[in-house]
Ligand binder design. Structure first.
Ligand code: ADP
Ligand code: MG
Length: 399
């Protein structure tokens, strides 16, 4: 099927991405950078709104990635520029932190600030004065975690420049730094899924993250061997994590666990949900069933039961739509159309209120499914969605 008119969003190769970042750096700052960090966006297969409830998630790293070209300065200042923004943001190193006005650069300055904060187990790291230029092939604000890709690309590069052990041994610590950057400096209340996916994923694998134990395991996906692929559809409806409904859902979960006298909703059961008033009852039902679906998904993948995996996607979407109420008509339409055109399963992915959906589909049907979704959007009078054919990729590292 000819879908060339649709166009799949090209991730480019790591070499191309790093070259683009180096070129942008040289134009912005007039010299060559010392090194380039790369970190992938992610798509979560199942386990949504579970991270901040100490539950389970199952993301993969995308080939679409963010590249941070970093040059060391001789003074204690920071300059940050991005191909996505005309402005260069500038600050002395010792003024970075939660008190500064926030903007897109906060995800970057937040990492530099977080490195320098005291940590229970580890001494703080002295961040060097740096110039940073950002290039990215991850769509921004589409639920594919451009924000954590940005943080992690900067973190590995600056970590290396600061002369630390090498990020390989410090990946878990970098996850924490990136979470602090996003929650404390960029003021976006995320729960750690995105940063773990960017820094801990492995090619060919999904990452089973247990947020109660702070542990992560690789799950062999084998999709390609079975003629399957993942199609990501960006609805184009912008979700705003910083001021959107994400924070209110998170607050509802905290209220529910307090009412139940539980340390977190990881410990909740369906019977517990039944003891709460609406809407908390449905919120808790989503969290409890979604955590169970992650375990079911891993079992289905281990058994190569991809029909079963698709059914889990569909059940997860229904739960996010009806119980957690974070879907929207565009995401529902993507899921409905994909399934009616023979995809094994589909669901919204990411925080919701817009953003993207992920479709599990036989590779030979991807074109037909993409065209059908595009037609559904046209018929509804919506702006065309964007499509990404995705495989797994490398976690954050230097290019
Ligand atoms: P998502 O992580 O799903 O893409 P978020 O709302 O969490 O959505 O993060 C998107 C924000 O991250 C953007 O609005 C911008 O502030 C920042 N950002 C991400 N990538 C870049 C980039 N390449 N250049 C500048 N800012 C970026
Ligand atoms: Mg984000």
């Amino acid at each position: 099927m000819d879908v060339s008119g649709l166009g799949y969003l090209d991730p480019g190769t790591p070499t191309e991405g790093a070259d683009a970042a180096r070129t942008g750096f040289a134009i912005a700052f007039g010299y060559q950078p010392d090194l380039v960090g790369r970190a992938p966006g992610r798509v979560n297969l199942v386990g949504e709104h579970t991270d901040y409830n100490r539950g389970l998630s199952l993301p993969i790293a995308l080939p679409h990635a963010t590249y941070a070209a970093v040059g060391r300065r001789t003074d204690e200042r920071v300059r940050i520029a991005s191909a996505r923004s005309g402005e260069v943001w500038e600050s002395p190193l010792d003024e970075l932190g939660p008190e500064q006005p926030t903007g897109w650069w906060s995800y970057v300055s937040g990492v530099l600030w977080a490195m320098q904060q005291p940590d229970q187990d580890e001494p703080p790291v002295t961040a060097p004065g740096v110039d940073i230029f950002i290039h990215s092939t991850v769509p921004l604000g589409s639920g594919l975690s451009s924000s954590a890709a940005l943080e992690a690309a900067v973190a590995v590069a600056v970590w290396a420049l600061a002369g630390q052990n090498g990020y390989e041994e410090d990946r878990a610590r970098l996850v924490e730094l990136c979470v602090r950057a996003e929650t404390e400096v960029a003021d976006a209340p995320t729960g750690g899924l995105d940063q773990a996916a960017a820094l801990l994923s492995a090619p060919g694998q999904a990452l089973l993250i247990d947020f109660d134990e702070s542990s992560a395991f690789d799950v062999d996906l084998h999709l390609v061997d079975h003629g399957l692929e993942l199609l990501v559809v960006d609805s184009g409806v912008s979700h705003a994590l910083v001021d959107g409904g994400y924070g209110s859902r998170r607050a509802e979960c905290e209220r529910a666990s307090a009412e139940l006298g539980l340390a977190s909703l990881r410990l909740a059961t369906l019977a517990d949900a039944g003891r709460l008033d609406e809407p908390l009852q449905r919120r808790v039902r989503h969290v409890v069933t979604e955590i169970a679906r992650v375990n079911q998904a891993v079992a289905a993948i281990d058994a190569r039961d991809y029909v079963g995996l698709g059914a889990i996607f569909v059940a997860s979407h229904a739960s996010l739509r009806d119980d957690f109420e974070v879907s929207c008509p565009e995401l529902d339409a993507i899921v409905d159309r994909a399934v009616s055109l023979g995809a094994l399963g589909a669901r919204m992915t990411g925080g919701g209120f817009g953003g993207s959906a992920v479709v599990l589909v036989e590779s030979e049907r991807t074109g037909a499914v993409s065209l059908g979704i595009a037609a559904a959007f046209r018929d509804a009078g919506w702006a065309p969605p964007r499509f990404l054919r995705v495989t797994t990729s490398e976690p954050a590292g230097l290019v």
